[in-house]
Design a protein around this ligand. Sequence first.
Ligand code: HEM
Length: 486
Amino acid sequence: MTVQETGPLTTESGAPVADNQNSETAGLGGPVLVQSQHLLEKLAHFNRERIPERVVHARGAGAYGTFTLTRDVSQWTRAKFLSAVGKQTETFLRFSTVAGNLGSADAVRDPRGFALKFYTEDGNYDLVGNNTPVFFIKDAVKFPDFIHTQKRDPYTGSQEAENIWDFWGLSPESTHQVTWLFGDRGIPASYRHLNGYGSHTYQWSNEAGEVFWVKYHFKTDQGIKNLTQDEAVKLSGEDTDSHQRDLREAIERGDFPSWTVQVQVMPAADAATYRFNPFDLTKVWPHEDYPPIEIGKLELNRNPENVFAEVEQSIFSPAHFVPGIGPSPDKMLQGRLFAYGDAHRYRVGINADHLPVNRPHATEARTHSRDGYLYDGRHAGAKNYEPNSFGGPFETARPLWEPAAVTGTTQYSPAPSHAEDNDFVQAGNLYRLMSEDEKTRLIDNLAGMIAKVTRDDIVERAINNFRQADADYGKRLDTAVQALRG
Ligand code: HEM
């Protein structure tokens, strides 16, 4: 922790404050004077201490760390921070829950955000993932509707099981992620005991311009540890900050959490004929198709000094790429490329990327975009246009990523289905992989929430999705829900 500064308390403009207990009045016991500048300044600043919370993932905790490359991956990407075995890159990782507001409890059934910033010498690379390899939907146009069902209902002001199951029932592509969420991993014991996933497919390209599609996995070295529904309900009541506290205290005592970093790599030529659409965020690439390859280690080893400055104001964007890494045509990812920068401009402001936690640490940003609210004058008198003849920064002529082939006409249509694609196949496979005990807990967790829905048609539609994934899954869920609904 930073040592307290000494010297007199001052106003915001630096003048010494004589009295911080009593405001200035007209006479003894009289009304307060407008010239009581210290009081007015304090009240005004206090009124403006909050910025808008994140519209999703509002609640979170972050820490700095180090990524170490342990395998040569230059055959797949020319990204400099991935160029030499042993190379280390500073990182900042923010964990979060998704649906709850800023002051909500940590120990809830919800995906966990896993937003990772690599401060590379070619600029910051952000990998904004979750602790789940898949997601509920596969087109960004559905995201605001989905999140509306997770947040507070406009009439009741509360989260409503009715809305959640109505949306999921009508969005069968959610069946895989919902099976995951209501299984054992749905409530992690802490931020240290979960895996992270990039979730989307991303493009890597090497020096020769060859393209590969990759998926990232961060496997916790602490081991997976989860809470049961009952344990989580109890913990949430006792300590809303359980995950945040656990992470900070572990780092304070030098027990640095770490993750083994793996990638699945698909040569570009495989994509068109792969049995699943490789850009579908509701599907994994089974490991027997593309085995995970270990490439590095991520360790968290430094707590932020100031939660507001470094965690609340931190920004992560899936559009923050570096040379050798780029987007895939995943329709969810494409929507996210816009959404995050837009959120940052609204939530933190147009100069959010100048803040210490957000700016590049291993290079500097040399952009001609400048000025606006809270601009700090960092460019001094340098020219603010390009091309110029004053030796200013110049373009490189090499895009960060390689071109992708496109065909046909513009259209509103789902991403193409491949040979084995449907909304239920991987949900069914996941269910069948579970032990008998795991299946029982999954059914109990699902039934407990579905039974809160009042409308029969919404209940039936929700159960029918699980029935299509696996007949036994549907049958057991139906029985459990009927027993609870009476
Ligand atoms: C089209 C779909 C999505 C949209 C439009 C979207 C939009 C957003 C927005 C607006 C924020 C708040 C950003 C801020 O205020 O700084 C956010 C946060 C976040 N989202 Fe998404 N999101 C989408 C899907 C996803 C997916 C699929 C994942 C994970 C695979 C994800 C992971 C996260 C994480 C981890 C954060 C918190 C970042 C932080 O810690 O600051 N989102 N999302």
